[in-house]
Design a protein around this ligand. Structure first.
Ligand code: DC
Length: 238
């Protein structure tokens, strides 16, 4: 069944720590059901890149807050070719550098940054619901803050070892132990910050992906999306 055909498209919200498989899963689900795709982590990374390039001290929350509205961040939501631009330039490669990864938790902890990016995320979601069959959105606060009314809410997890191996493969890092330590540091910062920390809500389905293939995880989430669409069509027909 297609997710298309509703008056308003559906939202599939996926949260979870780094390396849990969010991006691959979200893209796979969006491609399978012709939905849009939004990587909100890429938006926090783009904001961080801009701060670094403009020599803003990322540990100075007031300076980050004061500058937060200056970058123009634009996201392309085609799951087969998602894009991220800052001030009109493609930054897909630059936002994945170690320097950005090291600094993104500090920038994303600043409430003004979150306020601006959450507003942009909600606009993107609203447009996708109007103009497409809906959208798959991944991040840390999608099920809790950005789209708490999403039709499907998933919290993806995997063991620390599995996450470190996946992330090391992605960034082609040979030192898996160092990657695991880096993920643990970022998890702690992302889960303990005051503004919208990474948390699992009671109504989000926890999906433990250690030992599952990507195809298996995508199939589970696609089934949930199909069920949500069917349930909505059923209730609309009443
Ligand atoms: O998913 P990622 O590793 O690319 O995310 C980069 C950082 O952005 C992550 O350390 C925390 C932050 N982030 C966030 O605070 N809220 C989101 N919705 C997504 C990411």
């Amino acid at each position: 069944m297609s997710a298309q055909g509703n008056a308003e498209g559906i939202v599939v919200a996926i949260d979870g720590p780094s390396g849990s498989g969010k991006s691959s899963t979200a893209r796979g689900v969006a491609a399978a059901r012709d939905l849009r795709y939004l990587d909100t982590g890429a938006m926090y990374r783009a904001m961080t890149l801009w701060m670094l390039r403009h020599r803003i001290d990322v540990d100075d929350a007031a300076a980050v807050a004061a500058a937060a509205s200056r970058p123009d961040i634009t996201m392309g939501t085609d799951p087969s070719a998602p894009t991220v631009q800052v001030d009109g330039a493609d930054v897909a490669q630059e936002i994945r550098t170690h320097e950005v990864t090291q600094n993104v938790s500090a920038v994303s902890a600043v409430p003004q940054v979150r306020e601006l990016l959450v507003a942009l995320q909600r606009e993107t979601i609203a447009r996708a619901r109007r103009e497409a069959g809906g959208i798959v959105v991944e991040g840390r606060d999608i099920t809790t803050v950005v789209a708490p009314d999403a039709a499907v809410k998933i919290y993806l997890t995997a063991s620390a070892e599995a996450r470190a191996h996946r992330r090391s493969r992605e960034v082609r890092a040979a030192d898996v132990a160092a990657t695991q330590a880096d993920l643990a540091r970022r998890d702690l910062l992302d889960s303990s910050r005051a503004a919208s920390p990474l948390t699992r809500t009671a109504d989000a389905l926890e999906l433990e992906t250690t030992g599952l293939s990507l195809d298996e995880v995508v199939a589970i989430v696609v089934k949930l999306a199909d069920e949500a669409v069917a349930a909505r069509q059923g209730s609309a027909a009443l």
